[in-house]
Design a protein around this ligand. Structure first.
Ligand code: SF4
Length: 433
C-alpha cells in the first residue's frame, strides 16, 4: 500500500509542480518519507532518516522535508517536536493535498494534517503513470476489524471502498498504458463494497470478474484479505475467473484458537482450514502465503506448536513473519507478556525455517512443468537472461535477449529450482501473448 501511495505522490507532484524523481537526497528540493508503523523498528527508522536529512537542511534551508504515512498519522504534531526540521506531516488520507502543503512549506508555514477525509483523495489524484506491465490499484482503504495488535484502523481509518466506476476508469487507464497484471489493494480488500452510479454495490468477487473482461488485463491478484469475510462468491471466483492467479495471501497470524481470540481475529483455525480446503478443491495447485505474529502476549509452547501444525497442514509457500511488536495505543499493548525475547526469536526461526523448506519443496515440484510467465525485464546479474513472474510469484529466468517480450506472457518449461527463483526454457511455439 505504501509503494502504491508513494507512486501516486510522485504522479501528483509531477502534475502540479512539474517535479521529477531524483536518485539521491542531495539532488532533491523536496524530501518525502512515506512511513510504516506496523512494527516498532520501522517507526524508529523514520527518526534515524530524519536525522540524516537534517544535515542536508543545514546546508540548504530551502529544502522541504515531509513525513507521510502511518507514523505521521499516529504521531502528528509530535513528529515536529522531535524533528523540527520537518515542514509537513500528512497522513495516508491527506496525501492528495501535498501540492498545497508544499506551497505552504515553501513560504515557511509548517503543516500538520493527519485527518481522515474519507476517500476524497482519489478525486484529486491524477491518472496513474506506470512503468512495466504490472500495477497496483487501491480499491479500498482502512480497516474496521480492530485486531488487538494492529495500528491500521487508527492510522488509516475505517474501511472505505472506492466507487466501482472510479476503479474501472483507473483499470482502463492502466490497460491503455500496457499493464497486463493488476493487484487490487486494500488493507482488508475482501471487504470491498464499491457503489456503482446506479447505487448498486459490487463486492470483490464481482469486481474481479469485471476486471478480467478488460482487454489487456490477463492476470489479477488481490492483497490483503481477512479470513473472516472471505465469502463463498470470492471462493467461487477461483473456479470461474482464470485470470485470477493461483496464489493467495490469506493472513492467519496464529494457529492457536486462544491466541486468535486474544488477537480478536473473529475466527478460529478450523474456519481458516475449511476455506483453504474449498479453494484447493477448485485450484489444487494454488500456493498459499500468510502473515504470522510469533510471541504474541501469552503465547505458550502449545500455542506455538498449534501454529506449526497449521503450517504443516496448509503447506504455506511464503510468509511475512515477525516477532510480536507492541504498538502504543492498541489493546494488546496492555496485555501481560511473560515470554522471553530469546524464546520468541527461536520460535520465529523455527517457523521461518519450516516455511523456507515448504517453498523449496514447492519450487522442486514445479520442475518439469510449463508455467505462464509475465516477462518483466532483463536479468540484472546476467544480461543474456530475461526474467518474469510465475502465477505463484516466483522469479523465473530464461535465456533470451528479445526485449520485445517484456510486458508479454510466455510459456516456460521449468528446468531448475533454486531457493528463491526458477530457471527454464522459453517455449516460443506455445505463443507469446
Ligand atoms: S484485519 Fe488486518 S488491517 Fe485490519 S486490524 Fe486486523 S490485522 Fe489490522
Amino acid at each position: 500500500m505504501n509503494e502504491y501511495d508513494s507512486s501516486r505522490m510522485a504522479d501528483l507532484l509531477g502534475d502540479s509542480h512539474e517535479m521529477e524523481l531524483v536518485d539521491t537526497p542531495e539532488e532533491a528540493d523536496v524530501l518525502l518519507l512515506n512511513t510504516c508503523s506496523i512494527r516498532e523498528k520501522a517507526q524508529e527508522k523514520v527518526f534515524h532518516q530524519l536525522g540524516r536529512w537534517n544535515k542536508l537542511k543545514a546546508k540548504n534551508p530551502d529544502l522541504v522535508i515531509g513525513v507521510g504515512g502511518c507514523v505521521a498519522s499516529q504521531e502528528g504534531e509530535a513528529i515536529r517536536k522531535r524533528a523540527p526540521q520537518v515542514d509537513m506531516v500528512f497522513g495516508p488520507q491527506t496525501l492528495h493535498r501535498l501540492p498545497q502543503f508544499i506551497d505552504a512549506s515553501s513560504n515557511k508555514i509548517p503543516v500538520v494534517d493527519v485527518t481522515f477525509p474519507e476517500i476524497e483523495k482519489f478525486d484529486h489524484l491524477p491518472a496513474p503513470k506506470v512503468e512495466g506491465a504490472s500495477a497496483f490499484i487501491s480499491v479500498m482503504e482502512g480497516c474496521s476489524k480492530y485486531c488487538t495488535f494492529c495500528v491500521v484502523p487508527y492510522t488509516r481509518g475505517e474501511e472505505v471502498s472506492r466507487p466501482f466506476d472510479d476503479v474501472m476508469v483507473e483499470i482502463h487507464q492502466l490497460a491503455d498504458q500496457g499493464v497486463r497484471e493488476v493487484n487490487l489493494l486494500g488493507q482488508n480488500v475482501n471487504c470491498y463494497q464499491g457503489q456503482t452510479k446506479d447505487g448498486d454495490i459490487v463486492d470483490l468477487a464481482e469486481l474481479i470478474s469485471v476486471v478480467a473482461d478488460v482487454d489487456g488485463i490477463d492476470r489479477i491478484r488481490f492483497t490483503t484479505s481477512n479470513p473472516l469475510e472471505f465469502t463463498d462468491s470470492l471462493i467461487q471466483a477461483f473456479a470461474e475467473v482464470p485470470e485470477l492467479v493461483s496464489h493467495l495471501h490469506l493472513p492467519v497470524q496464529s494457529g492457536s484458537n486462544s491466541i486468535l481470540a486474544a488477537m480478536k481475529r473473529g475466527h478460529e483455525v478450523d474456519m481458516y482450514i475449511e476455506k483453504i480446503q474449498r479453494i484447493k478443491q477448485l485450484r489444487p495447485d494454488i500456493s498459499i502465503s500468510s502473515d504470522f505474529i510469533v510471541g504474541f502476549p501469552g503465547e505458550t509452547d502449545q500455542d506455538f506448536e498449534d501454529t506449526m501444525n497449521l503450517i504443516h497442514e496448509i503447506g504455506f509457500d511464503t510468509s511475512f513473519s515477525f516477532v510480536y511488536s507492541s504498538r502504543p495505543g492498541t489493546p494488546a499493548a496492555e496485555l501481560e507478556d511473560n515470554t522471553p525475547m530469546d524464546v520468541k526469536k527461536k520460535r520465529l526461526a523455527i517457523l521461518q525455517d519450516r516455511i523456507v523448506q515448504n517453498a523449496q519443496q514447492i519450487g522442486r515440484r514445479m520442475v518439469g512443468k510449463t508455467e505462464t510467465i509475465l516477462v518483466t525485464g532483463v536479468s540484472r546479474k546476467d544480461p543474456g537472461k530475461m526474467m518474469g513472474r510465475s502465477e505463484n510469484n516466483r522469479s523465473v529466468y530464461f535465456h533470451n535477449d528479445d526485449q520485445s517480450l517484456i510486458g508479454k506472457f510466455v510459456k516456460i518449461k521449468i528446468e531448475e529450482a533454486f531457493t528463491n527463483s526458477l530457471y527454464g526454457q522459453l517455449l516460443l511455439d506455445e505463443g507469446v501473448f
